[in-house]
Design a protein around this ligand. Structure first.
Ligand SMILES: Nc1ncnc2c1ncn2[C@@H]1O[C@H](COP(=O)(O)OP(=O)(O)OP(=O)(O)O)[C@@H](O)[C@H]1O
Ligand SMILES: [Mg+2]
Length: 682
């Protein structure tokens, strides 16, 4: 499964798609609002600074206007006498620190009194004098102080004197209504101040790195500016063409912007004071916007962190959610491989926990079912084995029982006539003796019989017959005895009627088997007779199933005969090969030494062993390991079924609690050992 198809990846993408857009939207709107507030605050800051500065400048000026108004009405001043005016002016200049000169002038513009020690001067050409004489209440004028070289403000006001004029009419009494108050301008009072305090105040206004304030008079000339170059020299710098100044002189303005020659955008706010002056505050737009920009950058950083955080959290959550599924998948895969003891350890109370429990119980059930199936399979295997054994036994016992029945039938059929013959032979013997005695008696009493009888006696060789006939009967008796013995042996081999254990002579069983196999032991056209060497020990009778043990003897003897015949055949083939290739003269092929040795021994007081040893082909180790397996045979189809030894093994080991062992080496021969107890344990 590729990474992009994994559930974890899909879940993460899904959650990001669902969460991130609204989250980014929310962050954007919140940031937008905040940016607006920041911008408003920045603007507010400019506005409030501008307002505060305007207020401060107005108050400063008003203070001096008020002082001047107070001055002009003082009697000493109104008296227009230098003696009286001078101390007042000197006291006042010492009180108002910004003031550097206060003086009075007559209507010709000549000083009456001055606060300083300068000689009286004429100021008749000055604008402020002309305006004051013309009756203007307060006339301000900004200028560069001649002595200080710094901006200064001169305020002038007319000095008025009140006089009462009485109009006398002859017919009217004198009354107040006839008296008229007249105010005449007697001179001019002027107050001159440095603007250094204002310059300081204006210079102290800073907004960030680039923001500053400045002050212009009603003509647009700079009277206070942080840049000292603009407020020095002989003349005031005219900035009336400067866009903010131009705008302010036309009236109060809200926050505006302009781009200077250096293409820098500035934000500014200005106030026009009552006296016509303008207060202007500027700040570079980039600086104002910088905060906003920084805020936006922060907002974007927050958004990025939020997206990454959501992504990471979702990933972790998906991993946590999917881990049980992964565990389940691993367990299910292992289960499908046959590892049925697989269980998942997921302790949860949700659907995954339920799934895990269901999986575990399914695995357990599967395990149980499989174990049950395995048990059943084992049982079936055992049953199959038993069935096979039963089948084998049936086949073999069928074979043996057919042979037994045949043998028993033949024995039975022979037994009757033989008994008949045997039973009558005694009578025949008796009758023969009687007849012979009678004949001899005739010969004694009639020595010379008639010629016919004499001729017949001579022809039938009577003397020989008389002598030989008893011998014939005797030999017939011996033959009949032999037949009876054979029949007994045959019946002994068959033992059809003996299903239970019997205590029998083992040698009898071996002999009866040998009798059955007699025809195979005899010399054949292609081989000499097989010699049977009997080395019987004195054995006690053994408790056994005689019929079944006979089967074992038959099988082992048949195999031995087969092995000897095969060896003979191999030798013959080798001989033929040698003859055809003329490698060796045929006389060099030695006749095979064909014999079967049957040795019985008493192993100890409880056990006997019967060894059947042949000098046949022998077996390799591999064949030896398989000979007791059912249906294992090296013989051609039709000759061997591969059941003989497996049945023999079963009879010896299971039925008689004995051992059947084999020692063999190829080309040398084979020895089978049947070890059985003399007495079976109950
Ligand atoms: N004495 C022996 N010498 C050499 N090989 C033997 C001898 N006895 C048994 N064998 C080998 O063991 C095999 C199995 O013997 P077993 O008696 O079980 O089956 P079989 O003789 O082939 O067939 P059958 O069922 O007719 O007896 C034989 O095919 C043979 O190869
Ligand atoms: Mg066999």
């Amino acid at each position: 499964m590729s990474f992009f198809h994994s559930l974890r990846f899909r879940m993460t993408v899904l959650v990001l798609l669902a969460v991130v857009p609204p989250m980014l939207l929310a962050i954007f709107f919140a940031s937008y609002q905040a940016a607006q507030i920041i911008r408003q605050e920045a603007n507010q800051n400019i506005a409030s600074k501008a307002q505060a500065l305007a207020h401060s400048v107005s108050r400063w000026e008003e203070k001096y206007v008020l002082a001047l108004r107070n001055l002009r009405v003082q009697p000493g001043i109104v008296s227009m006498e230098a003696k009286q005016q001078k101390p007042i002016l000197q006291r006042m200049v010492s009180v108002y620190t910004d003031a550097y000169l206060i003086h009075t002038l007559d209507l010709n513009g000549m000083n009456i009194a001055r606060s300083d020690s300068e000689k009286p001067k004429s100021y008749r050409d000055r604008h402020w004098f002309i305006k004051a004489v013309a009756g203007n209440d307060i006339t301000p004028q900004t200028l560069i102080g001649r002595t200080t070289g710094k901006p200064a403000l001169c305020l002038s006001t007319p000095i008025r004197q009140e006089s009462t004029i009485t109009q006398t009419e002859p017919t009217q009494p004198v009354s107040s209504s006839n008296q008229q108050q007249s105010v005449s301008i007697e001179g001019v009072a002027t107050l001159c101040m440095h603007l250094s305090k204002l310059t300081q105040e204006v210079g102290a206004v800073r907004l960030g790195q680039t923001g500053f304030a400045f002050l212009v008079d009603e003509k647009g000339q700079v009277i206070a500016h942080p840049d000292t170059k603009l407020v020095s020299g002989k003349e005031l710098t005219d900035l009336s063409a400067y866009p903010p100044v131009k705008a302010v002189l036309q009236g109060n303005i809200n926050l505006s912007s302009f781009v200077n020659q250096a293409s820098v955008k500035w934000l500014f706010q200005g106030y026009k004071l009552n006296n016509g002056w303008g207060v202007i505050i500027l700040q570079q737009a980039s600086e104002v916007l910088q905060q906003e920009r920084r805020f936006w950058q922060l907002a974007m950083l927050v958004a990025a962190v939020a997206v990454l955080g959501v992504g990471a959290l979702t990933w972790l959550l998906a991993t946590r959610l999917i881990r049980p599924i992964t565990d389940l998948t691993i367990a299910a895969t292992a289960l499908s491989r046959g590892e049925l003891n697989q269980r998942v350890n997921i302790e949860r109370n949700d659907e995954l926990g339920t799934l895990a429990k269901a999986f575990n119980s399914m695995a357990q059930q599967l395990h149980l079912s499989f174990a049950r199936l395995e048990n059943m399979n084992e049982e079936l295997q055992v049953r199959l084995q038993q069935l096979k054994q039963a089948q084998t036994q049936v086949i073999h016992s069928e074979k043996m029982s057919s042979l037994g029945q045949l043998v028993a039938g033949v024995a039975h059929e022979i037994n009757n006539p033989v008994n008949f013959i045997y039973g009558n032979l005694q009578y025949a013997d008796e009758y023969t003796h009687e007849l012979l005695d009678l004949l001899r008696l005739y010969q004694q009493h009639y020595p010379q019989p008639v010629s016919d009888i004499q001729a017949k006696a001579t022809a039938s060789n009577l003397e020989f017959v008389l002598e030989d006939f008893p011998k014939v009967l005797c030999s017939m008796k011996v033959g009949a005895d032999r037949i009876r013995e054979i029949v007994l042996t045959l019946r002994n081999f068959a033992r059809l009627d003996e299903a239970d254990m019997k205590v029998v002579d083992i040698h009898q069983g071996i002999e009866s088997s040998l009798l059955i196999l007699q025809h195979r032991l005899k010399a054949q056209s292609n081989r000499p007779a097989i010699e049977v060497i009997r080395e019987y020990d004195e054995l006690p009778c053994v408790q056994c199933y005689p019929g079944q043990l006979n089967q074992v003897f038959m099988n082992l003897l048949t195999n031995a005969i087969d092995a000897l015949e095969e060896l003979k055949m191999e030798k013959l083939k080798a001989e033929c090969l040698n003859q055809s290739t003329n490698l060796q003269p045929s006389t060099q092929v030695q006749p095979a030494n064909l014999y079967i040795r049957i040795r019985t021994e008493l192993l100890d007081k409880n056990w006997i062993v019967i060894r059947i040893i042949d000098t046949g082909t022998g077996m390799t180790k591999e064949i030896c390991e398989q000979i007791f397996d059912q249906f294992f045979t090296t013989k051609p189809v039709g000759k061997g079924t591969g059941l003989g030894l497996s049945i023999s093994y079963q009879i010896v080991t299971e039925k008689h609690n004995g051992h059947l062992k084999c020692v063999s080496s190829p080309g040398k021969g084979t020895e089978f050992m049947i070890e059985i107890p003399i007495q079976q344990q109950d």
